[in-house]
Ligand binder design. Sequence first.
Ligand SMILES: C[S@@+](CC[C@H](N)C(=O)[O-])C[C@H]1O[C@@H](n2cnc3c(N)ncnc32)[C@H](O)[C@@H]1O
Length: 315
Amino acid sequence: MIRTRMSVLFLRKKGSNPLTLIPPVNDYLRSRPMRREEKIRIDAKSFRNLSKIIYERSGIHVMEGKEYLLENRLANRLKVNNCKSFEEYDYFLRYEPGGEKEITRMVECITTNETYFFREKSHFTMLREEILPQLIAKKRTSGNPTIRIWSAASSTGEEPYTISILVEEMKKELSGVRVEILASDINNSVIRAARRGIYGDNTVRHVPPDIRMRYFRKIDGRYHLDERIKSRVRFARLNLVDENRLRIAAGMDIIFCKNVLIYFDLAAKKKVVDSLYDSLLPGGYLLIGKSEALHDISRAFHPVKMRNGLVFQKE
Ligand SMILES: C[S@@+](CC[C@H](N)C(=O)[O-])C[C@H]1O[C@@H](n2cnc3c(N)ncnc32)[C@H](O)[C@@H]1O
């Protein structure tokens, strides 16, 4: 690394940008085979610049001390874009054609997409036994018998599909009431996977056996989700810190926004929770992850302790 930087500075044309190299050197650096053990370290300035872009684009706060996260998750992006250092990658993102598109890919690499069916099971018991029966009764007497549910950080689809399975199971109770499910995420690749609806053992491990039998077909060791469950869910790419785009998610009765606020700093959390508040109808419910909290973030919601857990209600 040191040798590379020294060559760059030595051969730099007078007055040119340090990253605009004399062509043969540039070609050599770009084509030099990278040894497997050669981990590219991030310098302090690139770390500041890249974490700022990530924060502005997604709300995800990469704290100082997490340099390894960018080094590990972005190593392949550097390789794909022929960048030999984070300094070069940072320059590419800002000033070169294709930089804007690459920013989207970079943010996707930083997101953590861990999820599985029936994650934090008591939330789904609460949905089935407490929230939905209440809403069904309310909607039946209203002029618009539609329940709208939004899974706001849906990752590969396990959360919205778990909701869709419960809705299918409650078909009789729901007669005359329509349920629409919107699922969204900032990451295009997880949305594509969600639309496919094909899963491995790990993600279906908490699915009760009878449900697994009814709604999945095992083909070549993979679980294919039934079309009835898939077709109830509409997927969209939505960035939770983009309040203008979030307007398409208005008039919600229930929002699941689970295990994503933990990646944001306080300012981003407040902004997102304010938008979720605006997306809910009066009396609507917000569910957040069990390791997440709303104190310090919003006083607008009323915490409601149900038999199966805590939910936040818009008054
Ligand atoms: C850990 S997963 C949570 C999945 C699911 N809600 C659950 O609890 O199992 C977090 C998801 O949040 C998404 N995410 C991160 N920042 C986001 C943002 N600004 N807007 C929308 N989604 C975001 C990530 O792409 C990731 O798929």
